[in-house]
Design a protein around this ligand. Structure first.
Ligand code: NOJ
Ligand code: CA
Length: 679
C-alpha cells in the first residue's frame, strides 16, 4: 500500500517537472525558511554537486553539506547535477496522538522540493524534499521511476552533516557488539568515530543540534561517521554482502532530521520525527492500552530465578498467579512472563533457532494463567526472545500472535539479543528493518501491542502504528543487576533524556526499590558491585522523566510490600495531555512537569547526577484559581545514592499556580511530586 501511494505521488510531481524544465534550470540556489523565520535551509549546486546548508537567526549551523548516493555497479548520483524544478508548500495542521507525551501535535512547516537531474545523455533524476519547522528540519530523497534507474543497490548514502561549530557531542558508538547499550560519552565533534543517532551536539553559543532520522522503512538504519573537519557523513548498516540498501524505483528514503533548540529544556518533547511519519493507519485503536506492568523478570536478572527450566524456574503457573494477584491489587494492566517457552535451556544467547513461541514449559499452563489474569482484569504479556534467530521467529510469528490473541493477550515483549542474524545481516540493516515492520504490522492485525528490546531505533513509527508502544534501545535498568562495572552512573538518565529519549519512549524499567540488590542473596551488594546508583526518590522520579506508555514496576512484588513510596507508582499515569520541561542540562539534571491525559493531575519529576542540587520551580503551569494538594516524595535528610539511598521524606502541602517549590536533590537523587486538585 505504501509503495502504491508513493508511486502515485512521485509520478504526479514528476509530470510537472517534465513540463517546466527550462524555466527552473536557470536557478541553482534555493532557500526555504521555518514559519517563525529563524531556521533557513539553502540548497545549491556547486561544481556539479548538490549541497544544503542550515542557518538559524542568520548564523550557519550546517555548512554546505553534500547530498547524493553511491551505487553498486553504477556511477554515483553525485556529479554534473542541475536543479530542473522546484515546488513549495506550507502545511499547518494539528493532529491528536493515540497516546504520548502530549495529546496534540502541531505540524507547521514550509516545504521545498527540488528535482535534480544529471547533465548529459543517460541522465538520472532524484528529488530532495526539505521540510523546515520551527524546531528543526527534515529532508529525504525520492527516486522516481525512470529509464536509467530501476533496480539499484546503494553502497553508501553520501549525505553529509558539516557542523559549523566545534560543537560538543553526546554520543554512543555504532557498529559495536552491544548495539545501543552503551554509556554516553561527551567530546568535541572532532573526536567522534562512528556514532548512533540520535546524537546531540551543543554548540559554543549553547544551540542544541540533534541529528537523527524519521520513518525508517525499507531502508537501513543510519549512523554518522566522522570524516574530519567537523564533517559527519551518513553510513548505513549493511546486508551480509556489504550492500546497504536494495530497492527499485520509485523509492523514497527515510527523513534525515536536524532538531534545533536554544537550550536543552526546549529539546523535549521532540515531535519533529513524528511529524515526518505518515498518520495512523489503524482504524480501531480502542484496544491499545497504555499501562503499567510488572514481570517475572528482575528475579532472573539478579539471579534469584532462571529463564531456563529447573528448581529456580521463574515462569511457573503458581508464580505467575502470584504476580497477577499483585498486579490486580495495584491496578496494573499486565504481567510480563519471561522464560515461559521452550528454548531457554542451554546457551539461549546463541540458540535462537531453538525457541518455540508457542510451546510452554510443562510447569507453565499458559491458558490457565491467561484466564486467571483475565478474571482479575490483568493480561498476560508474552515474551518472544529471538536471540536474532529471526527466520525461526518469522516462521512462527503468525501462529504465535494468533494464539496470544485467542488467549486474550494484547501485548508482547520481543527481544533481539545478538549482533547479526544467522546469515550475517546487521542488527540495524534493511533486512532487520523489514522484519521489524513485519512484527509491528502482524501485531496490529492481531491486536498486539509491541515492546521491543534490542530494537531498531525509534524513528517515529508509533504515529503510523500506535501499537508500537515502547522499546529499549539504550542501556536500561537491567545493567544495574549484572553489568560488572558497578551499574549505570548517576548521570546516566540525565543524558538519556536529551539523547535517546528524543527518539521516543523507552522501556527503561524503573522502580527498583531494593537499591543495593539485597534480594539476590540476602546481603547488600558492595559499592563496586552491580547495583543501582540512585536514591529511592530518583527511582520514582524516573516514571515522570523517562516516558513510556508501557511502564514497568521492575522490582520483585515483595520489595513493594509495606513501602509508602509505592503509592507514587500506583498513581502515576502513562499517558499525558501535556509535557513541559521546566529546566535541565544534559548530563547534569532534568525537571519535567506533565499533565495527566484526560485528567487534572500534574506530576513533576526531577533527577540529578552525582551532584546534590537545590532548585526552585514555579508551578505557573497549574490552572489559576484552582487549589491543589502536592504530594511530595523527596530525598530525605542525609540521602546519598552510595550509602543512604533509602532516605526519603514524604510530605503534603497546598499549592496553586503562584506557588514556588524548592526541590532539594541528594547526590544521585531525585524528587517525584503528584499535584492533584483539592476536591
Ligand atoms: C535483554 C532484555 O533487555 C531483557 O529485558 C530480557 O530480560 C533479556 N534480554 C532476555 O530476553
Ligand atoms: Ca537489553
Amino acid at each position: 500500500m505504501r509503495m502504491g501511494r508513493l508511486a502515485r505521488f512521485v509520478g504526479l510531481t514528476w509530470t510537472i517537472a517534465l513540463a517546466l524544465p527550462t524555466i527552473a534550470a536557470a536557478q541553482d540556489r534555493h532557500r526555504v525558511i521555518s514559519p517563525d523565520g529563524r531556521n533557513e535551509v539553502t540548497v545549491e549546486i556547486t561544481d556539479g554537486g548538490l549541497f544544503y546548508s542550515v542557518a538559524r537567526d542568520g548564523r550557519l549551523v550546517m555548512l554546505p553539506s553534500r547530498l547524493g548516493f553511491e551505487f553498486q555497479g553504477a556511477a554515483p548520483l553525485r556529479d554534473n547535477l542541475r536543479i530542473v524544478d522546484t515546488g513549495r508548500q506550507m502545511v499547518d495542521e494539528t493532529w491528536t496522538q493515540v497516546w504520548g507525551e502530549v495529546a496534540q501535535v502541531r505540524d507547521h512547516h514550509n516545504e521545498l522540493r527540488l528535482e535534480v537531474a544529471e547533465s548529459g545523455q543517460a541522465t538520472r533524476h532524484v528529488a530532495v524534499v526539505f521540510r523546515v519547522f520551527d524546531d528543526g528540519i527534515g529532508f529525504r530523497y525520492e527516486l522516481p521511476a525512470q529509464p536509467n534507474l530501476g533496480a539499484f543497490e546503494i553502497i553508501e548514502e553520501l549525505t553529509e552533516f558539516h557542523l559549523a561549530d566545534a560543537a560538543r557531542a553526546w554520543w554512543i558508538p555504532a557498529n559495536r557488539w552491544n548495539r545501543y547499550e552503551f554509556l554516553y560519552s561527551a567530546s568535541p565533534v572532532s573526536m567522534l568515530d562512528t556514532v548512533h543517532t540520535p546524537v546531540t551536539f551543543v554548540a559554543n553559543d549553547g544551540l542544541h543540534i540533534v541529528i537523527h532520522e524519521a520513518n525508517l522503512v525499507e531502508y537501513a538504519a543510519m549512523n554518522v561517521a566522522n570524516a574530519g573537519d567537523r564533517r559527519l557523513h551518513a553510513t548505513l548498516a549493511p546486508w551480509n554482502d556489504g550492500v546497504k540498501v536494495r530497492g527499485t524505483t520509485p523509492f523514497v528514503t527515510p527523513w534525515r532530521t536536524i532538531q534545533l533548540a536554544d537550550r536543552a529544556a526546549d529539546l523535549a518533547p521532540s515531535v519533529l520525527g513524528l511529524n515526518l511519519n505518515p498518520p495512523n493507519v489503524l482504524e480501531d485503536t480502542d484496544w491499545i492500552e497504555p499501562q503499567k506492568y510488572i514481570g517475572i523478570w528482575w528475579g532472573m536478572h539478579i539471579n534469584q530465578m532462571t529463564w531456563s527450566s529447573g528448581p529456580k524456574h521463574g515462569a511457573t503457573t503458581e508464580n505467575t498467579k502470584r504476580y497477577m494477584d499483585f498486579a490486580a491489587a495495584n491496578g496494573f494492566g499486565g504481567v510480563l512472563v519471561e522464560g515461559w517457552n521452550v528454548g531457554w535451556d542451554g546457551n539461549w544467547i546463541v540458540n535462537g533457532d531453538l525457541f518455540s513461541f508457542i510451546e510452554s514449559y510443562p510447569d507453565f499452563d499458559m491458558r490457565a494463567v491467561a484466564d486467571y489474569g483475565r478474571e482479575r482484569g490483568v493480561r498476560l504479556i508474552g515474551h518472544n526472545e529471538t536471540s536474532m534467530g529471526v527466520e525461526n521467529y518469522e516462521a512462527q510469528l503468525e501462529d504465535a500472535f494468533s494464539l496470544y490473541a485467542s488467549l486474550g493477550m494484547n501485548a508482547v515483549k520481543t527481544g533481539y539479543v545478538g549482533d547479526v542474524t544467522r546469515d550475517g545481516h546487521a542488527h540495524h540493516g534493511q533486512y532487520m528493518v523489514r522484519h521489524w515492520r513485519n512484527v509491528i504490522e502482524t501485531g496490529a492485525r492481531h491486536g498486539i501491542m509491541i515492546n521491543a528490546h534490542e530494537p531498531i531505533k525509534d524513528t517515529g513509527e508509533r504515529r503510523t502504528y500506535p501499537n508500537m508502544m515502547t522499546r529499549e534501545g539504550a542501556r536500561g535498568q537491567e545493567y544495574n543487576a549484572w553489568s560488572g562495572e558497578g551499574g549505570n552512573p548517576p548521570e546516566h538518565e540525565t543524558i538519556l533524556f536529551f539523547t535517546r529519549m528524543l527518539a521516543g519512549p523507552m522501556d527503561f524499567t524503573p522502580g527498583v526499590f531494593d537499591i543495593m540488590i539485597e534480594s539476590a542473596n540476602g546481603t547488600p551488594r558492595a559499592p563496586e558491585e552491580s547495583r543501582l546508583r540512585t536514591t529511592l526518590a530518583k527511582q520514582l522520579a524516573l516514571y515522570v522523566v523517562l516516558y513510556s506508555p508501557l511502564q514497568m514496576a521492575a522490582d520483585l512484588p515483595e520489595n513493594y510490600e509495606g513501602q509508602p513510596a509505592f503509592e507514587f507508582i500506583r498513581d502515576v499515569p502513562v499517558d499525558w495531555e501535556y509535557t513541559q520541561v521546566l529546566d535541565g542540562k544534559i548530563g547534569d539534571f532534568v525537571v519535567v512537569a506533565r499533565q495527566e491525559r484526560g485528567g487534572d493531575d500534574w506530576y513533576v519529576g526531577a533527577i540529578t547526577d552525582e551532584e546534590a542540587r537545590t532548585m526552585d520551580i514555579s508551578l505557573s503551569f497549574l490552572t489559576p484559581g484552582q487549589r491543589y494538594v502536592a504530594e511530595v516524595y523527596a530525598d530525605g535528610p542525609g540521602a546519598h545514592w552510595l550509602h543512604t539511598p533509602y532516605a526519603m521524606a514524604i510530605s503534603e502541602g497546598i499549592v496553586d499556580f503562584r506557588s514556588q517549590l524548592t526541590l532539594v536533590l541528594a547526590p544521585g537523587g531525585g524528587q517525584a511530586i503528584r499535584i492533584r486538585p483539592v476536591q
